[in-house]
Design a protein around this ligand. Structure first.
Ligand code: SP5
Ligand code: ZN
Length: 374
């Protein structure tokens, strides 16, 4: 399988995020993508190449241009405001209760981008305080979009049955006018939109990251040409808390095109495969020849921010079942934070999708990428 990787991600060099106001070691770090690349190179069955530039047009087809402009200038603006550390977290968010009692018309007039303070603008454009912004973030986010769009090119133009885009930063929490959840541009949504534009076909997104892809759901909420299906932790106990429930099914032309499959804490391989089959049925029910996969490994049993109990073997099987749909796959990396296992989990998923055998490393270790006992 062809793999698209860009070293631009390295400049999105994060060491700290905040969790409920407390600085903690960052989860979404450069080492993640390097682990995956190294494991795929060692496998021998993957050809790793760099993306081509696709410009901003496919981004603004999906995102508000103001979001792009903000992310482009936020870093230098923070420098100018003497913010001493390489980090951007909002000062104030426009909580909906701030406008309680006001008309929709008044609210849409008032909730606008402040011009003179990056901390206020981060509140306008941002979902949360856990998406650190450093000098290289904008370039890395642009690079991740190029990775996704190059994977699309491989499938649409180069005759590949499947391609894997090693996107970093990830994308599925980014909405049309919002970044957050370690995500800046929604790589999968940009790819899915581009596929609809170029093929005229319907596209399905299957999101198997541990978290609900609120951004992808929002972007396609009213669209009949992109079906979004997500298996994730129940938002009652997990980020992003305010979206991801089964009664969110889309509106207008998108009515019935959104399927949320939340799972309990401790969800097992069996639970996951059952949900995978439901997701695959929902894909098979609509026409189209390309599926976008939002691939996360934060469902893994040892993930530091997840609470599912999946093992490496199940990723091979999930990849196999998604490929068994018989559609072309644009597979894009989202989350997954247990660094030692990321390479093996990605290798297992992608080998499953290619119809190659599981071929695990011996005795539950993760090889040169860092053995873990037990
Ligand atoms: C792409 C992706 O996977 N984004 C995830 C964003 C999750 N943001 C919230 C992280 C909260 C980490 N909490 C650690 C608490 C451990 N008890
Ligand atoms: Zn996630």
């Amino acid at each position: 399988m062809r793999v698209v990787y860009s070293p631009t991600h390295l400049a999105h060099d994060i060491d700290t995020e905040t969790y409920m106001g407390i600085p903690v070691p960052a989860n979404e770090v450069a080492e993640r993508a390097e682990r995956i690349r190294t494991a795929l190179e060692a496998d021998g069955g993957f050809q790793v190449g760099e993306p081509t530039e696709h410009g901003t047009e496919p981004i603004t087809a999906v995102h508000d241009e103001g979001l792009l402009r903000f992310l482009e200038v936020a870093w230098s603006e923070l420098r100018a405001q003497q913010i001493p550390r390489p980090f951007l977290s909002a000062d104030t968010y426009p909580n909906r209760s701030m406008f309680e009692g006001m008309s929709d018309e008044a609210i849409s007039r008032l909730v606008r981008e402040p011009t003179a303070h990056a901390g206020g603008r981060a509140g306008y454009w941002g979902l949360d305080s856990a998406a650190p912004l450093v000098a290289g973030t904008y370039g890395a986010a642009r690079g991740a979009v190029d990775v996704a769009l190059t994977a699309v090119d491989l499938v649409l133009d180069a005759g590949e049955t499947a391609a894997y885009g090693l996107c970093r930063p990830p994308g599925h929490h980014a909405a049309r006018s919002m970044y957050g959840g370690y995500c800046f541009f929604n790589n999968a949504a940009i790819a899915a939109h581009e596929i609809t534009r170029r093929t005229g076909e319907r596209v399905a997104i299957i999101d198997v990251d541990y978290h609900h892809g609120n951004g992808s759901q929002q972007i396609f909420w009213r669209r009949g040409d992109v079906r979004y299906i997500s298996i994730h932790a129940d938002p009652d106990r997990q980020y992003p808390y305010f979206l991801g429930r089964p009664d969110e099914t889309g509106e207008g032309e998108g009515s019935g095109e959104n399927l949320n499959l939340p799972l309990r804490a401790g969800a097992t391989n069996e639970d996951y495969l059952e949900a995978t089959d439901r997701a695959c049925e929902a894909i098979a029910a609509v026409p189209g020849s390309v599926v976008v996969v939002s691939l996360g490994f934060d469902t893994y049993g040892l993930d530091p921010i997840g609470d599912f109990a999946l093992t490496t073997a199940v990723y091979h099987e999930v990849g196999r079942r998604v490929a068994a749909l018989g559609r072309r796959l644009v597979i894009l990396q989202e989350g997954g934070y247990h660094r030692p296992s990321l390479g093996e989990n990605a290798r297992a998923w992608l080998r499953g999708a290619e119809g190659r055998p599981f071929d695990p490393l011996p005795a539950g270790g993760f090889g040169e990428s860092g053995a873990v006992a037990g």
